[in-house]
Design a protein around this ligand. Sequence first.
Ligand SMILES: *[C@@H]1O[C@H](CO)[C@@H](O)[C@H](O)[C@H]1NC(C)=O
Ligand SMILES: *[C@@H]1O[C@H](CO)[C@@H](O)[C@H](O)[C@H]1NC(C)=O
Ligand SMILES: *[C@@H]1O[C@H](CO)[C@@H](O)[C@H](O)[C@H]1NC(C)=O
Ligand SMILES: *[C@@H]1O[C@H](CO)[C@@H](O)[C@H](O)[C@H]1NC(C)=O
Ligand SMILES: *[C@@H]1O[C@H](CO)[C@@H](O)[C@H](O)[C@H]1NC(C)=O
Length: 447
Amino acid sequence: MPSTQRWPEQGWALLQLLLVASFSQAEEPVCRQRGDPENPQLSKNGDIMLGGIYSFHTSWKDRQDTYRQKPLPLECTRGFQFAQAMLFAIEEINNSTEILPGISLGYKIYDSCASIARSVRVALALANGNEILSALSEAPCRTAQLQAIMGETSSSPCMAVATVIGPFHIPMISHFATCACLSDKTKYPSFLRTIPSDYYQSRALAQLVWHFGWTWVGAIRTNDDYGNNGMAIFTEASQHLGICLEYSVAFFRTDPPDKIQKIIDIIKASTSKVIVAFLSHKDMDVLIHDLSDHNLTGYQWVGSESWIFDSQIAAMDRHHILDGAIGLSIPKAHVSGMREFMMDVKPLNSSSNEMFPEFWETLFNCKFKQSKSSAGNQRECTGHEDLTGVQNSFTDMSLMPIFNNVYKGVYAVAHALHNILSCNKTCDNKVQLDPFMVSRTPTFHIL
Ligand SMILES: *[C@@H]1O[C@H](CO)[C@@H](O)[C@H](O)[C@H]1NC(C)=O
Ligand SMILES: *[C@@H]1O[C@H](CO)[C@@H](O)[C@H](O)[C@H]1NC(C)=O
Ligand SMILES: *[C@@H]1O[C@H](CO)[C@@H](O)[C@H](O)[C@H]1NC(C)=O
Ligand SMILES: *[C@@H]1O[C@H](CO)[C@@H](O)[C@H](O)[C@H]1NC(C)=O
Ligand SMILES: *[C@@H]1O[C@H](CO)[C@@H](O)[C@H](O)[C@H]1NC(C)=O
């Protein structure tokens, strides 16, 4: 129908005209920083820089009062442990004469605060490498100076970040994002990971359910890319095996109580006794309380790796609802020296001027005298607190298999660089590094 086709064509011509006009105005490409520059939460200079994106805070906590001050972040999470695992690998490589001799690795690690929007923002700050420039100066466009980005932890932020950094060919290496969707090289050309794709996990879970002869099961998933993709593959694989799903419901941690109530009603009304839960640990964290309140015991749970091996979830299951749950987990790992390195937090004081006091306060549950966050009757920090005897989520090393994935990722990058720079006793420092080369070296075929 020609009449409907004409409009888009005309619109397209107009757009082309505008593009030509805007290109002909600026001869020298000039980059102007928009908005506040982003400074990394942890950083150290080196000959070659690696980026890191982890979630140290669950959200930028809004101050209730005026909205005139910058939001003050508070809760530290396991993101700090991932960052420490990265720093351990970097220091070990820096110390070694076998790998990248004479070359030091530096880092810039950002807090994404469990926000996809912030992940993308800091990924662009890393790609631009211009976060120190004054917001007023007009500097020429700079190409990326860093060779790889370590992180993110979950699948959805990885998809967002991999989409924006793909065109720059900067490799992004995740330690925990399992969504099979991330294997699509046309969409995420520079995404790599040190954990297997759910393409395998979902099929293996279907086999597991089938193995025990459970052919009538219910299903719960996290309503994000991880849960929806993982469950879709499970559903397809289980259908081939003759397993029937009585129900399949989606849930997200921010859902309103009536949505959770509906899910509980569905479980109560169901006749299946097996529940396959493709949930992130953050969602199981929320769900477990409601399941406990409703005494939903007597179900056989089959779980995905995110919650099934999480000791904090197990600790929270006071009513033993999840007893006997089965699933697949990341292989056990021990990285010698890592625990000791992670427990020694004082060196962080030099690479994180701004976050360190806050981190220290969270770690030891105390407050510095001059602290901005004046929370009532907490004891005062002396600065001489000692981690021996302290037991909290920071000293919990049960996530060592994931720390090992972070560690392996840094080593994969280091080996790639080692090859590109033809290192033997020394490295060829005349080679012009390009992240594209890093992501294309044979080292990465194992990922
Ligand atoms: C790497 O080693 C050099 C020389 O020993 C040191 O100056 C630098 O701080 C180290 N960097 C890291 C990230 O450990
Ligand atoms: C690096 O070398 C320094 C100095 O010998 C040592 O104190 C540190 O523990 C080493 N770090 C790692 C991660 O091996
Ligand atoms: C759960 O069980 C406890 C103790 O057996 C009981 O007091 C409570 O009312 C039950 N809750 C529901 C929602 O059935
Ligand atoms: C961190 O470094 C600052 C400045 O060097 C120092 O005053 C402070 O005592 C250090 N804090 C701790 C807990 O070591
Ligand atoms: C490294 O250098 C030594 C001597 O300079 C040489 O014998 C050896 O073959 C080299 N190794 C590689 C992998 O090129």
